[in-house]
Design a protein around this ligand. Sequence first.
Ligand SMILES: NC(=O)C1=CN([C@@H]2O[C@H](COP(=O)(O)OP(=O)(O)OC[C@H]3O[C@@H](n4cnc5c(N)ncnc54)[C@H](OP(=O)(O)O)[C@@H]3O)[C@@H](O)[C@H]2O)C=CC1
Ligand SMILES: CCCCCC/C=C/C(=O)O
Length: 452
Amino acid sequence: MGLTILYRLSIFFLRMLSNLLLMIIFFSSYDYQERAKIMMKFANLIDENIEELAALDAIDAGKLYHMCKALDIPSAANTLRYFAGAADKIHGNVLKPSRQFHAYTLMEPIGVVGHIIPWNFPTSMFFVKVSPCLAAGCTMVLKPAEQTPLSALFYAHLAKLAGIPDGVLNVVPGFGEIAGAAVSSHMDIDAVSFTGSTQTGRKIMEAAAKSNLKQVSLELGGKSPLIIFDDADIEKATELALIGILFNKGEVCVASSRVFVQEGIYEEFEKKLVEKAKAWVVGDNFDHNVQQGPQVDKKQFEKILSYIEHGKREGATLLTGGKTVGNKGYFIEPTIFSNIKDDMLIAQDEIFGPVLALKKFKTIEEAIKSANNTRYGLAAGIVTKNLDIVNTVSRSIRAGSIWINCYFAFEDDIPFGGYKMSGFGREYGLEALHKYLQVKSVVTPIYNSPWL
Ligand SMILES: NC(=O)C1=CN([C@@H]2O[C@H](COP(=O)(O)OP(=O)(O)OC[C@H]3O[C@@H](n4cnc5c(N)ncnc54)[C@H](OP(=O)(O)O)[C@@H]3O)[C@@H](O)[C@H]2O)C=CC1
Ligand SMILES: CCCCCC/C=C/C(=O)O
């Protein structure tokens, strides 16, 4: 049975890919402004369907409906608009003149792209991949996560209404080990862009290496530190720390899952943080007063609970939370552990849930050392008014984003991606566009130059 499905899928992919190769020529030869116009129309169609789209992501992923409506969906439409603006600004360079040659570069679409995305931000992940890829003139196959295929299918429908030619943007739901693996190992896919776990990222890189050496970009896990210094405004710092870990029920690759607080304000900070965590409202994700919905599925729910048990066994102090909420659905209390040691499992592994590891520190050197004591390097936050501390810490932490006196500061024009085992390649900004382009050098000999 499994083999039959695999066989049918591969035939389906083969047929689709030969069409896709033709489509690249078609879509990339579209007038740039025409391509941008279609992308703008696509963005407007998203705005017209915000409520339905927000409901689909809320149902599929347990995300807060009002947050999807206010943030995820409209900001994805804006990501499309940002890259639509870039579509007619793609150009190569004239190279420095030499006596023998005139040369210039062309920026060409990389070809057929495979996008494999996770379930925690079904809409943001869709458009963070698709928008620069469309602007670059590529064709693509996108595989949504098995938990969250609904909004992706709706977006494929809107893409058609917007005028994106058939075959340019293909959404293929399916299991990772079948549909995802088919994308990463396919000989006719030129690049794969992945967001998800480090473990799956490794498999994708292996499949790319074993097939056609397709270009790979990976946005993987994290264990991001938030470092709060003695001069911080404690009220604001506790709010930042709480949002940093509880936003989207902690199912965020950049969640501030390790919080380091300097000893002068530690006691007061801890007290305030625990009070706020206890007041945090967990429940029905369609209720406007609720701040945290259910975890995405049983597997993720059980994974988080098992890390909480680990934390207790490892000797960390459970300050608050640690239990499920109600006896129906996958709800977990905001959970804070203190007395953390850097090598504890709950300080090293990505839990992807509402579980925070809190640690006191004395000196800036100690904070930097602890913050860097991780195999990940996606993001970090610093809270202080001292510019010297900001400059030292932001240059000392090995992570792709450093947020000073803020957190989750995502913008369409700010590149985002990992150091170390958090992956490589950048989303957002013009860096993202360049993932989907390749450089061709064109060289002409100069025979009759007066300068020779
Ligand atoms: N960086 C991030 O934003 C994310 C990190 N994670 C981390 O990963 C953990 C596990 O979550 P999980 O959903 O299993 O994450 P995965 O990395 O397995 O899933 C992400 C995507 O990869 C697909 N996939 C799975 N196996 C393969 C494969 N062999 N080849 C190609 N694609 C594949 C999945 O398909 P499908 O699910 O449809 O089978 C999904 O579309 C989480 O607890 C969290 O720690 C998870 C999601 C996002
Ligand atoms: C509404 C914008 C949110 C962007 C979230 C980026 C998160 C990435 C991840 O968790 O993989």
